[in-house]
Design a protein around this ligand. Structure first.
Ligand SMILES: [Zn+2]
Ligand SMILES: [Zn+2]
Length: 115
């Protein structure tokens, strides 16, 4: 995921704590590169916690959670998620039954024409 401000891509992941900061913008998880963190207003573009106004938010499972106070709220702008599961029912038509019916029909027809 690139930096949401300048589009810089995260280079080789450093062991331990990453200098990149995570935040939430418009209910979506974003990353801020170390360079943009030096700008004094870098957090102004981020969503803030409704309880403590912290920008240290994480977005997961359709929820925005504040890492400072633990306040959570639902992510409203995430759009419809993959809830429409495709149902796989039995194949259309029951071969056994229609075969039986066809056989009975042919028997009736044969009898009628044989007479
Ligand atoms: Zn940046
Ligand atoms: Zn908070």
């Amino acid at each position: 995921m690139p930096c949401f401000r300048c589009g810089a891509r995260q280079t080789d992941p450093v062991r331990g704590a990453s200098p990149w900061k995570r935040g939430v913008r418009a209910d979506r998880q974003v990353l801020v590169c170390p360079g943009c963190q030096t700008a004094h207003d870098w957090a102004d573009d981020l969503d803030r916690c409704a309880a403590c106004a912290s920008a240290a938010l994480v977005c997961r499972l359709g929820e925005i959670e504040c890492r400072d106070c633990g306040h959570t709220r639902e992510a409203v702008r995430d759009g419809p998620s993959a809830t429409g599961l495709v149902r796989s029912g039995p194949p259309p038509g029951d071969g056994g039954l229609s075969e039986e019916v066809a056989e009975a029909l042919s028997r009736v027809l044969k009898r009628r024409f044989a007479g």
